[in-house]
Ligand binder design. Structure first.
Ligand code: GAL
Length: 679
């Protein structure tokens, strides 16, 4: 079915029939099993290059033709992948340049996947050929729904081609070596370059202390990856202009912070739909279920907000993975709950890795819809079918969005610069985690949030939360000031506004635009040892302070809290400054959740941001809503191991069970209800 025609939410996942070509009996069962589990969409061809082109120039499409036709017959969708995520052995053998070179100048051997050079002319040529053939063959097929370009782009290559491209990128950016040397603070440790050829990528064997270079390398890697992606889709766009294009994004690790090695803020503009792969370690022994759920919520809100439209979950596991330190199965209820959470934050799909469990190699014990037993009676298959049922019932919410009045700013280059900064304490910087600490208040109180970059528009928000914006461009300062001047409320923190876009410290004290915006002048940042404590006295109550305390002179701001100890005892720690029509808050110290909760409770009250539908909430129960025309869908999710009750303002009906629900919503452990209200 085409993208334009499809009215259902997508349910399905990575389907790798290329692993089963020698097992026709198994392949013959797949479509019936898909129908039984309410699967309507499969992503195929992701790592199928050796099945598609087993020898150079020899193409085999018959097996894929059959899959397309079979999926079409069952009324399903194919998300067709380009196979560049892994290359065939013949290619690595004939053209070693397609393999990556590490930052230590070691050439990688053929073996794993995601090991290709983005600059290699031969790799680009081979990719263009296979992609064109796929587009020519399947571009008009009625089952083609979407393109899935490569797989989880990431990593970098330091070969001669990439070095040359890096130098070209730098020439285009700086024009002259004088400008580059100035931006990179070249005189430091004699790092001044007198010829472009002297520049090579950062390496642990060499010059990693040049922060400007490190930052530019990361930016270059993002641009080079996007350039490769654009190369992949060039002819696809021409041949299939109406078929949307995505590539699967990621989160980082099981802790689920934003993906660190590519600037997805930039990449988002190049895809038609954001899709991502989400693998939280549910039931772990290091945090509560709600802690993890809030982190998952944060990344989902980022992927919705980067394009301000629904996104897709391209991969998740129906049960367990194979790459966490401990690979634990989802407990009863968790599969439906975690799947509904994706929808609640704006996903129009629940898709899995993978449809059928591999027989060999590293993923043979990774969870899949169909296990080695091939049975439909097992727990996972039934869980998946239950999600399929739920998606059928919720189809009307497809395409609906969320209306957030709060934004949290996360910038990739700020994260990179701050991580590279030598000083403070590496163990306690925790930039993304700090944003998640602030986010937690809104998640606990069922207030929707957009996670955006500082390049995105701010006008529609009442509250912008931008802590630890250490790297701040002049334009960002002007933009934040303009937002506040027009009536916005801004929350900032310690470690803000230290360096410019080249990672060069601002001269002449804390930047003047920030001084007038916050009504203070930040003069010092004190880094505490892990066991050190200070306190913050706010409205007669003392809250604990750890890690960072900034010291500042108060000019026009009003003091909201003061330090309780040390040589800055009684000095201001938190202030608010009226600026134009709005207010700018500066939280000078790192506090625990208790202070953030007290702070945001007041602010949310002042700004009327409280969730009106929820009368009495519970921090472990997350309520997330999506609006479609006049109907609002409220997902009420119990991320805890105990029974919970929350109270809402009106009786309603549970769309999943058809049950009438009073204003008191009772939830058993891991239970989710989806309720509606009319606006
Ligand atoms: C993803 C990857 C899939 C599969 C999955 C296992 O990162 O895209 O191909 O390997 O992990 O969890």
């Amino acid at each position: 079915m085409t993208y334009q025609e499809e009215k259902r939410l997508l349910h399905g996942g990575d389907y790798n029939p290329d692993q089963w070509l020698a097992y026709p009996d198994i392949l013959a069962q797949d479509m019936a099993l898909m129908q039984a589990s309410k699967v309507n969409t499969v992503s195929v061809g992701i790592f199928a290059w050796s099945a598609l082109e087993p020898r150079e120039g020899e193409f085999h499409f018959d097996w894929l033709d059959k899959i397309f036709d079979d999926v079409d017959k069952m009324g399903g969708n194919v998300i067709l992948a380009t196979p560049s995520g892994a290359r065939p052995a013949w290619m690595s053998a004939a053209y070693p340049e397609v393999l990556r070179t590490t930052e230590k100048q070691e050439k990688l051997a053929h073996g794993g996947r995601h090991n290709h050079c983005f600059s290699s002319p031969i790799y680009r040529q081979k990719v263009a050929i296979i992609n064109r053939k796929l587009a020519e063959r399947y571009g008009q097929h009625p089952a083609l729904y979407m393109w899935h370009i490569s797989n989880e782009y990431g990593g970098d290559c330091h070969c001669a081609y990439c070095q040359e491209n890096f130098r070209s990128w730098l020439k285009a950016k700086y024009g002259t070596l004088a400008a580059l040397n100035a931006a990179w603070w070249g005189a430091f440790w004699s790092h001044t370059y007198t010829d472009w050829t002297q520049i090579s990528s950062p390496s642990s064997l060499g010059e990693t202390m040049v922060h400007g270079m490190n930052l530019d390398w990361k930016r270059f890697v993002t641009d080079q990856t996007i350039d490769f992606y654009e190369h992949e889709i060039k002819e696809i766009r021409v041949l299939t202009p109406d078929v949307p294009i995505t590539t699967n994004f990621m989160g980082d690790g099981d802790a689920l912070i934003p993906f660190q090695s590519l600037d997805y803020g930039k990449f988002a503009a190049h895809v038609d739909v954001i899709s991502w792969d989400c693998y939280p370690a549910w039931h772990n022994d290091w945090g509560s279920t709600a802690d993890l759920a809030a982190k998952v919520g944060f990344i989902n809100d980022q992927y919705r907000a980067l394009k301000q439209q629904p996104f897709l979950i391209m991969e998740s596991t129906p049960s367990l993975v194979n790459w966490h330190p401990v690979n634990k199965a989802k407990r009863p209820g968790m599969h439906l709950l975690s799947s509904m959470q994706f929808l609640a934050h704006g996903s129009d799909s629940v898709m899995y890795f993978q449809w059928r469990k591999s027989r060999g190699s590293s993923e043979k014990f990774h969870g899949a819809v169909v296990d080695h037993d091939g049975r439909t009676e097992n727990r996972v298959f039934k869980d998946v079918t239950a999600v399929g049922d739920a998606l059928d019932k919720l189809a009307n919410l497809k395409g609906s969005n969320k209306a957030a009045r709060v934004a949290i700013i996360y910038d990739w280059d700020n994260d990179w610069a701050l991580a590279d900064a030598q000083g403070f304490s590496d163990a306690s910087k925790r930039y993304p985690q700090t944003l998640q600490d602030h986010y937690r208040f809104f998640w606990n109180h069922d207030i929707p949030v957009d996670v955006i970059t500082s390049d995105q528009a701010l006008a529609k928000y009442d509250l912008v939360v931008a802590p630890m914006l250490y790297l701040m461009r002049q334009e960002t300062m002007a933009k934040l000031a303009d937002f506040v001047a027009k009536g916005g409320h801004l929350v900032s923190s310690y470690m803000t506004g230290y360096v410019d876009e080249n990672d060069l410290a601002y001269l002449g004290g804390w930047p003047k635009p920030l001084q007038s915006l916050f009504g203070i002048n930040v003069t010092e940042t004190d880094t505490l040892y892990p066991k050190d404590r200070n306190g913050l006295l706010a409205a007669g109550q003392v809250f604990e302070v750890t890690d960072y305390c900034s010291l500042f002179e108060v000019k026009t701001a009003k003091t909201l809290a003061t330090y309780t100890a040390d040589f800055y005892q009684n000095q201001a720690a938190v202030v608010v400054n009226p600026y134009g029509q709005g207010q700018a808050y500066y939280i000078g110290a790192r506090t625990g959740y208790a202070y953030l909760a007290a702070f945001y409770t007041d602010l949310v009250e002042t700004l009327g941001l409280r969730n009106q539908w929820v009368v009495l909430s519970d921090p472990d129960v997350s309520v997330q809503s999506r609006q479609s025309d006049e109907i609002t869908y409220h997902f009420v999710m119990n991320f805890s191991e105990t029974d919970k009750t929350i109270t809402v303002c009106e009786p309603t009906v549970d769309l999943l069970t058809g049950q009438a629900i009073s204003k008191e919503i009772k939830l058993s452990p891991y239970q989710v209800r989806v309720l509606t209200s009319r606006d």
